[in-house]
Design a protein around this ligand. Structure first.
Ligand code: ATP
Ligand code: MG
Length: 675
């Protein structure tokens, strides 16, 4: 009570949330269902801590995406500003981006070069591919696992802290007879990263964990923070748990929030046990729960409560709504995908006309490719949208090309970046690129030396220009955007020769330059982009203009933590949700159920679940139509809470109802009407 008098905004929380926000000593775990205000509670806690005098620079807030951290800090800043207090520089971001910042400053203490560069997932897979070929594992009669599979296996071993045979046996049984080769491949992968001063995403976490749990370094690191707060804790893995154990120092406090019913990242070795075992790992933990849902109207919760009731194991309880009655969710059977698109777009426009902006409406799907026909249709009708999840802006070849040049300027030992940039030039293939790289290495990795490499005549002028460009980038103190502009000067003439649609790609490069203008250092720009890549150019471009409005399209995984007034889940058919890639085991199916739960619990006022009866498939050697079945998660108990609708569905075929004799009787009677 005394607190509320001092900080009136605490009245905007319910008593349990308030207790969590103002909690004193000791570890705190809040386990609570969707929409109960976990994220809000964290934001208020940051505001509260700063208000009672904690130095913002000694607060560490860990979230699943950069956007989530930014949103929370904006909310917290709005709260503290009401009492005339600035929020200051709280440490906020994803585990990976915080790891990067900490390692960059502490690299030396761990024997790492402070000049390390970070390999994103595509680059890491590329390096696996390169080594796989060097070691002669490809081209034999038995097919060696693909480079991305190699990376996934490696990553699981690292993130789950499990030995290779266990991971192979449990998750990749078809690769089990390659165990020795894989081990060798991973050994070389480690070595090559070390000599190239490269860290992959997993390394960032592992090195942080080593730093944090080291008997002498760990306590020093933990001393840097008074409070550590973590959102979406159900999706962390054992390495992240180890990090937190290390970060828990003598006098600091730690608070994590999560919902076991929303754990959907086990493919990245996330462990819901991490959260449930938190009280064991952190003695004297206080556990709190929240049961009041502030997001969804009652009928939506009736549906989602029944959906998750099908889960075998669950910690959080059924939720009740603080928002009262509303429309029942619709279950819409559509004749095919086009009818589904049609229905969704009609509803989107209807809600928009009734005053719900496009950006408060989201269309969700299990896999990125499932929105293809919808995207075409939205484009045709001129309805703006942004898509989250799926092919990321940075994975475009031309974007990667340009960034590779900046990466060389940052770390001239970055072999992958060199190979990429050199092979853009006419007449340069793998062998010549490797020879050029040896030339650079012989010159002590001075990138400017590339201009003196005696390459094929078709490439000589370009090599010379590349050397000049790199010299320029090395010597400059220009901001990243200006550097990028220089790189474009070199690269755009190549663009026309390399790819189709050079104009479109050139526009992308202009957008990249725009993004770069938000950064002051080249290194920061490169790393931030990699660690939490934007899904679209708008992602990093700051707040949208007021009159800008667009519909949200998102994979369910990328929708985690979000909420919209109107939510449409499309392709709620078996094979898509659950995905047929994840029907192998009971655990996988359980996780798919939680994915469905995450999707439906994003809705505030209106929820539509759609599925097409008939779908078109393209397969070699034939293509054609197949029939779908409603998702098995939409059980009769769930469907009872919904309003059934049909769209574009043909009248029911009654041919099976009557026996042949009865049919003959009917037609005979019709024929003899005038007898
Ligand atoms: P998820 O599990 O989906 O991440 P969550 O538990 O983090 O959900 P929030 O996103 O924090 O839930 O809150 C859901 C919505 O309810 C938000 O719009 C939030 O502002 C609102 N809300 C939460 N608590 C309260 C409250 N005490 N009073 C009013 N609104 C609230
Ligand atoms: Mg949340």
């Amino acid at each position: 009570m005394e607190d509320i008098q001092r900080f009136p905004w605490l009245a905007e929380l319910n008593p349990n949330q308030r207790a969590a926000v103002t909690y004193g000593e000791g570890p705190l775990l809040v386990v609570a269902g969707a929409g109960t205000g976990k994220t809000r509670t964290l934001a208020y806690r940051v505001a509260y801590l700063v208000s009672i005098g904690v130095d913002p620079g000694r607060i560490l807030l860990l979230t699943f995406t950069r956007r989530a951290a930014q949103d929370m800090l904006t909310r917290a800043a709005a709260i503290t500003s009401r009492t005339g207090l600035a929020l200051g520089n709280v440490w906020g971001g994803t585990f990976h981006s915080v790891a990067h910042r900490l390692l960059r400053t502490n690299a030396k203490s761990m024997g790492l070069s402070p000049q390390f560069t970070v390999l994103d997932e595509t680059d890491a897979a590329e390096l696996m591919g390169l080594l796989r070929a060097e070691l002669g594992f490809t081209g034999g009669a038995r097919r060696f696992p693909r480079k991305s599979t190699c990376l996934n296996i490696y990553s699981r071993c690292v993130n789950a802290e499990l030995p290779l045979p266990d991971v192979l046996g449990r998750h990749y049984p078809w690769c089990a007879n390659w165990e020795d080769e894989l081990k060798k491949l991973f050994r070389h992968y480690e070595r090559r990263k070390h000599s190239g001063r490269l860290l992959d995403f997993d390394d960032l976490l592992v090195y942080w964990a080593e730093l944090a749990t080291h008997p002498r370094l760990g306590p020093r690191l933990a001393e840097r923070f008074d409070h550590v707060l973590v959102d979406e804790y159900q999706d962390t893995n054992v390495v992240q748990a180890r990090i937190l154990r290390g970060m828990r120092g003598e006098g600091n406090s730690i608070m994590v929030v999560g919902d076991d019913a929303q754990s959907i990242y086990s493919f990245r070795a996330a462990e819901v046990r991490n959260m449930l075992d938190f009280p064991v790992q952190f003695p004297n933990t206080t556990v709190m729960t929240l049961e009041e849902n502030y997001r969804s109207k009652t009928p939506i919760l009736e549906t989602t409560n029944r959906l998750i009731a099908q889960a075998r194991e669950r910690y959080t309880k059924d939720l009740w709504s603080a928002r009262g009655e509303g429309a029942r969710p619709q279950l819409v059977t559509c004749v095919d995908e086009h009818a589904q698109d049609d229905y969704v777009i009609a509803r989107v426009l209807e809600h928009w006309e009734q005053g719900t902006p496009l950006r408060d409406q989201a269309i969700l799907f299990r896999a990125s490719h499932l929105s293809a026909s919808l995207e075409v249709e939205l484009g045709r009708r001129g309805i703006p949208f942004h898509k989250y999840g799926g092919l990321r802006f940075l994975e475009n070849a031309h974007i990667k090309d340009v960034l590779a040049i900046l990466r060389i300027a940052e770390n001239a030992r970055d072999e992958l970046a060199w190979l990429r940039v050199l092979k853009l030039l006419e007449g340069i293939g793998d062998a010549t690129a490797a020879a050029a790289l040896r030339h650079v290495a012989a010159a002590g990795y001075d990138p400017r030396s590339i201009s003196t490499y005696n390459g094929p005549s078709s490439a000589r002028e370009h090599l010379h220009n590349l050397g000049l460009l790199l010299a320029d980038l090395l010597e400059t103190d220009q901001l990243p955007a200006a550097q990028l502009s220089r790189v474009r000067g070199y690269y755009e003439p190549l663009l026309e020769k390399l790819y189709e649609q050079p104009e479109v790609r050139s526009r992308d490069l202009a957008s990249l330059e725009q993004i770069a203008s938000g950064f002051r250092s080249r290194q920061r720009f490169l790393v931030e982009l990699q660690l939490d890549p934007p899904n679209s150019t708008s992602d990093l471009a700051g707040p949208p203009h007021l009159d800008d409005d667009w519909l949200i399209l998102s994979t369910i995984h990328s929708a985690k933590g979000g909420e919209w007034d109107v939510v449409y889940l499309v392709h709620a058919a078996d094979g898509f949700l659950p995905s047929d890639m994840a029907c192998g085991s009971e655990e996988e199916l359980e996780e798919e159920l939680r994915v469905a739960y995450v999707a439906l619990t994003r809705a505030r006022d209106y929820l539509y679940v759609l599925w097409p009866l008939r779908y078109y498939y393209r397969r070699v050697p034939s293509s054609g139509h197949g029939y779908a079945q409603l998702s098995r998660f939409m059980s009769s108990e769930v469907v009872q809470t919904m309003e059934p609708k049909a769209h574009g569905v043909a009248p029911e075929d009654l041919s099976d109802v009557l026996s042949t004799a009865e049919q003959a009787d009917l037609t005979a009677r019709m024929r003899s009407r005038w007898d």
